[in-house]
Design a protein around this ligand. Structure first.
Ligand code: AMP
Ligand code: ZN
Ligand code: ZN
Length: 485
């Protein structure tokens, strides 16, 4: 019995010591996984999984619906005008140049603390890891997180999962927060369009990797301890060549710069050409339609995009279903690289449109010990995720643009947690009681046995003094006499 108990306690101890003493969270991003891709029936495992845990029909992401701004809003709980990543590339008037993927893009201000940094700031024994999450490899709060694997489009998806599991199981620095990124169905979604067989096949491949994550959690005894959030940054919609608009024809060459890509272009006119550039673009928009032109000050406040020095002086946004000349150029590159014929019917994938356009909405689902089971929540804002991560990790958030109210419904309530804690305590109490009873019985047996030995030695000592009159025999005799007295 004791042996059995020892084995059980030992096994429990092994599991507990293999992972962090803090709540554990994995956030998985599947780039450009549109909220309604489940309807394609390519991701059946994911669909089953989302109904087992908590899911929302979609999330309200941030504008522009591009990869880098959205990943940073998920990670910081801030709108692009607050975190400064206002596009996949943009002009910074302070640095006087166009900023592309680099440290300068992400570290807009020193007080921006992404969740991976906050997790480590909030206490000893908390370790974060980033598996290719956009922007996570840079210094925030003057430090790097413990585990960082840099972006590598060729890195095997299964190895990415194996690596994050090894971070979580690291015996000295077990990660309790891991951000995991997959670049699909974005990368090929641009080339073949969201309704293509290629995207359908990618959904199946991603479904297999989701299943693999779960299998690995189970195989490593982690499934009961680890919370996993699966989400995306934005959706995707189709554009065909007849809807490519060449706006450069409305501009005077060598008088402007353009940053970012379709459908949202940042126009940076030379200082003497601001009025003329705006006037020409507005006129073209009126005559040809299918795109809008804004002065920075006129950008809609609801986008939370304009109040930043990096927001463009002039902004051009294509209507859904339309794109600009940069896509025509990208299409030529795709044609060469992927051996595709471009016809008027060809479809390419584009995102970046208004975040109220439903095609731009990403999915959300979560599962784990802190997540409600078989539960659906109303759509919420991606800036709310920061507070959700903090609640799961049991850390205090820093100021952000999200709301906690919206995400409370995702979590198992305190009352339910107390119930489970009470149950847990009861189980431990039973185990400890059993152990105490067993130990008590063992000690009693030992005492009785010892008593019998003493009596036997003392008796033998009395009968055969020459043979047994040893120190032990004399001590036994004295003991027996004192206990009898
Ligand atoms: P976009 O579609 O323009 O919003 O950008 C997303 C694409 O950027 C993904 O499909 C990846 O191919 C690529 N990407 C993702 N992470 C990085 C990174 N850290 N550095 C460079 N490119 C990346
Ligand atoms: Zn993306
Ligand atoms: Zn993309």
């Amino acid at each position: 019995m004791i042996l059995l108990l020892l084995l059980v306690v030992n096994a429990l101890f092994d599991v507990v010591t293999c992972i962090s003493q803090h709540p554990v969270l994995i956030v998985v991003s599947y780039d450009a996984f549109r909220y309604n891709y489940f309807e394609k029936n390519g991701s059946l495992y994911m669909d089953k999984l989302r109904k087992e845990g908590t899911y929302a029909d979609y999330m309200l992401n941030v504008f522009p619906t591009k990869t880098f701004p959205n990943h940073h809003s998920i990670a910081t709980g801030l709108y692009p005008e607050s975190h400064g990543v206002v596009g996949n590339s943009f002009y910074d008037p302070k640095l006087k140049r166009v900023i592309k993927m680099s440290e300068e893009m992400w570290r807009f201000r020193d007080d921006i603390i992404p969740i991976w940094t906050l997790n480590e700031i909030r206490g000893a024994g908390r370790y974060s890891g980033s598996m290719m999450w956009p922007g996570a490899k840079y210094l925030y709060n003057n430090k790097n997180i413990t585990y960082i694997q840099d972006w590598d489009i060729d890195a095997d998806w299964y190895k990415r999962v194996d690596t994050i599991i090894s971070w979580i199981k690291n015996p000295t620095k077990p990660a309790n927060l891991v951000m995991l990124y997959f670049e699909e169905p974005d990368t090929h979604g641009h080339v073949y369009g969201p309704e293509s067989d290629t995207v359908f096949n990618l959904l199946k491949r991603l479904d297999n990797i989701t299943r693999y994550i779960d299998d690995q959690l189970l195989a490593n005894d982690l499934a009961d301890y680890v919370n996993v959030i699966h989400l995306s940054d934005h959706g995707m919609s189709s554009v065909s060549p007849p809807n490519f608009i060449n706006i450069t024809q409305f501009l005077k060459s060598n008088t402007y710069e353009i940053a970012d890509t379709s459908p949202c272009l940042h126009i940076i006119p030379d200082s003497d050409f601001e009025q003329e550039t705006y006037k020409n673009l507005r006129q073209a928009s009126r005559e040809h339609g299918n795109f809008s032109v804004y002065w920075k000050k006129d950008l809609p406040s609801k986008w939370h995009f304009k109040n930043n020095r990096r927001a463009p002086p002039i902004f051009v946004l294509a209507d859904p279903g339309y794109a600009f000349q940069d896509l025509a150029e990208a299409a030529q590159t795709y044609a060469l690289k992927y051996h595709i014929n471009i016809t008027p019917e060809s479809q390419f994938g584009v995102h970046g449109y208004d975040n109220e356009d439903t095609d731009m909405h990403p999915f959300f689902m979560a599962r784990g010990p802190k997540i409600k089971k078989q539960h659906k929540v109303s759509p919420f804002h991606t800036v709310d995720l920061y507070n959700l991560f903090c609640d799961i990790l049991e850390i205090k958030p820093v100021a952000n643009n999200g709301s906690s109210a919206n995400i409370k419904a995702i979590l198992v309530s305190q009352a339910e947690r107390n119930h489970f804690t009470t149950l847990g305590i009861a189980v431990v109490a039973v185990i400890v009681s059993l152990m105490l009873v067993s130990c008590g019985a063992a000690i009693t047996l030992l005492v009785i046995k010892r008593q019998q030995n003493i009596t036997t030695i003392a008796a033998l000592n009395k009968r055969f003094p020459q043979t047994f009159n040893t120190n032990a025999g004399i001590e036994a005799q004295h003991l027996l006499e004192s206990e009898e007295a």
